[in-house]
Design a protein around this ligand. Structure first.
Ligand code: NAD
Ligand code: UFG
Length: 348
């Protein structure tokens, strides 16, 4: 019998791509999502792409009994936990909403998992847990220090998961927790079919969806936040990663949790990034080259809280998960554009 993976937040941007990858790799998929930031249409599209069914429960992960019911009905063997709120600015305005949803929600999920004796978990962490560092290429052993409430929810959840795993060492009975913390750099792009992609509500906060909406004429002008950083062209540098490469890392992580490396349990962090940086102006010029559209932009002041430059050292994921990125920046742009053109109003 195929392994069954519970995907929390499976209707969202990254979760929907993960569902496709899992179904294509032969896993059964169960999605739990409260649709606070996604549409049920994405789940239909996943089934169109793969030709395979998935089970869906419209449940909030903070609802213990409803979640326990899902575990009672489905033979879940592992969990990929994407469900969470992710807007940095909103988290500064409404921190308690973020702590309640992300931290408390994860506590409920972990309690239900323990009750059902399902102890394999892949968690969506973020490069944001590194905070401000003197290094620009991040390795997993750098000190952590998130600088906003959203980032702190990720750091707190990581701490909680490390504690949970460490507690296994104090017990002589029961199966141990097996946990992979995947620290994403900047996921962009969309599935090659153009059927699923990023569908932000309102005006996008992030660079790539903003650029795509300017290119298609939905938004008038991109503001480039700062051209006076100590980088070659003065604009911010990030490590962009194709969402399909990113979710392949999750399938590799599930395989690793089932394998020799985690045979006696453990909780380990892995960077998922390309390992190289790209500036805002490089993103714009690649977008213009691939799409033939002009991206209207102006130089604006720096955005509060932004760092000049950072990118991943992804060598641990290569060594222990046998994972590395395969797609180029051109692929990321071409797939973003394909999704944007085919779905100018997102899933609506
Ligand atoms: P998304 O908003 O598209 O997906 C999150 C999904 O979780 C949505 O479908 C939402 O409806 C659901 N959800 C939220 N709270 C829930 C709750 N209490 N109960 C049930 N469902 C709930 O976001 P995404 O970009 O796909 O991100 C997925 C995960 O990856 C998040 O945890 C995010 O913090 C993390 N992450 C994202 C990025 C990024 O740039 N997109 C970077 C690093 C980490
Ligand atoms: N940028 C602009 N104009 C915009 C939006 C962004 O110039 O309209 C610039 C930013 O200043 C930055 C780069 O584009 O230099 C990327 O910005 P994003 O907002 O796309 O992404 P961030 O690197 O700020 O943050 C993202 C997620 C976070 C996550 C982090 C992990 O939004 O949630 O990656 O590295 F924590």
């Amino acid at each position: 019998m195929a392994n069954t993976v519970l995907v929390t937040g499976g209707a969202g941007y990254i979760g929907s791509h993960a569902c496709v990858e899992l179904l294509q790799a032969g896993y059964q998929v169960v999605v739990v999502d409260n649709l606070v930031n996604s549409k049920i249409e994405s789940l239909k599209r996943i089934q169109e792409i793969t030709g395979k069914p998935l089970a869906f429960y419209q449940v909030d992960i903070r609802d213990h009994d409803a979640l326990a019911d899902v575990f009672a009905k489905e033979s879940i063997t592992s969990v990929i936990h994407f469900a969470g709120l992710k807007a940095v600015g909103e988290s500064c305005e409404q921190p308690l909403m973020y702590y309640h949803n992300n931290v408390y929600g994860t506590m409920v999920l972990l309690a239900v998992m323990a009750e059902a004796n399902v102890k394999q978990l892949v968690f969506s962490s973020s490069a944001t847990v590194y905070g401000t560092n003197s290094e620009i290429q991040y390795t997993e052993d750098l000190p952590l220090g998130a600088v906003n409430p959203y980032g702190r929810t990720k750091a707190m959840i990581e701490d909680m998961l490390r504690d949970l795993s460490a507690a296994d060492a104090l017990k002589s009975t029961g199966s141990p927790w097996k946990i992979a913390l995947l620290r994403y750099f900047n996921p962009i792009g969309a599935h090659g079919s153009g059927k699923i992609g990023e569908d932000p509500n309102g005006i996008p906060n992030n660079l790539m969806p903003y650029v795509a909406q300017v290119a298609i004429g939905k938004l008038v002008q991109l503001s480039v936040f700062g051209d006076d950083y100590p980088t070659p062209d003065g604009t911010g540098i990030r490590d962009y990663i194709h969402v399909v490469d990113l979710v392949k890392g999750h399938v590799k992580a599930i395989e690793a949790l089932n394998g020799e490396k985690f045979a006696s349990g453990g909780c380990k962090a892995y960077n998922l990034g390309a390992g190289k940086g790209c500036s805002v102006l490089e993103i714009i010029s690649t977008f213009e080259k691939i799409t033939g559209r002009k991206v209207n932009y102006r130089i604006a002041p720096r955005r509060a809280g932004d760092l000049a430059e950072y990118f991943a050292d992804p060598s641990l994921a290569l060594k222990e998960l046998n994972w590395k990125v395969e797609k180029t920046l051109e692929d990321m742009v071409a797939d973003t554009w394909n999704w944007q053109v085919k779905n100018p109003q997102g899933y609506n």
